[in-house]
Design a protein around this ligand. Sequence first.
Ligand SMILES: CC(C)(COP(=O)(O)OP(=O)(O)OC[C@H]1O[C@@H](n2cnc3c(N)ncnc32)[C@H](O)[C@@H]1OP(=O)(O)O)[C@@H](O)C(=O)NCCC(=O)NCCS
Length: 175
Amino acid sequence: MRVEIRAPRHSDADLYRAAVTRSREHIGEWNPYEPEGLPDLVHRQGETLRTFLILDREDGGLVGSCNVANIVRGRFCNGALGYTSYVPYAGTGRMTEGLQLVVDTCFRARERGGLGLHRLEINVRPENKRSLAMVERLGFRHEGFSPRMLFLDNAWRDHERFALTVEEWPGLPPQ
Ligand SMILES: CC(C)(COP(=O)(O)OP(=O)(O)OC[C@H]1O[C@@H](n2cnc3c(N)ncnc32)[C@H](O)[C@@H]1OP(=O)(O)O)[C@@H](O)C(=O)NCCC(=O)NCCS
């Protein structure tokens, strides 16, 4: 693994702002562009939202970020992944490695430092080829199509729905 993951902290605000700012074109219309968003993200961390920063092990740069949102416990134990990679690491395979670590952490038992979730979902706009490729690399299973699912880029957007349960996750080899 060329990357590691950890929770965001207030001291990451400058790192985050710089990464998001230089990635404006790369993020495009797919996710909101919020270079000043880190403090609010840190503030909102809790039972229903956990964010992971993906960092390059060699130079400490911000490779990407991933939100595990809408976490529901009880009989569902489910979370929804949303993610963005940042320039200059986008397209180098590091984001895929980081998301594999995130999935692994989500499925790991709580007593072993994980989130103890049973199911993860990823919802992707049909036009978002790079994210569809990511979902495939991660091994998520196509579940269906939801018209007008999320309000993005000023309109209600259709999404393809993908999911994975812990039974389908092979786990990562020990580091
Ligand atoms: C979707 C998104 C997160 C994908 O991230 P990414 O930067 O492409 O992911 P990676 O860095 O893992 O790149 C994988 C690509 O790098 C290539 N690659 C280059 N070197 C590699 C290496 N050493 N190992 C593995 N892959 C490598 C792969 O072939 C792959 O390219 P391909 O998709 O053309 O086949 C990114 O495009 C993004 O942030 N988009 C904007 C926001 C967004 O759409 N979010 C998702 C909303 S649902």
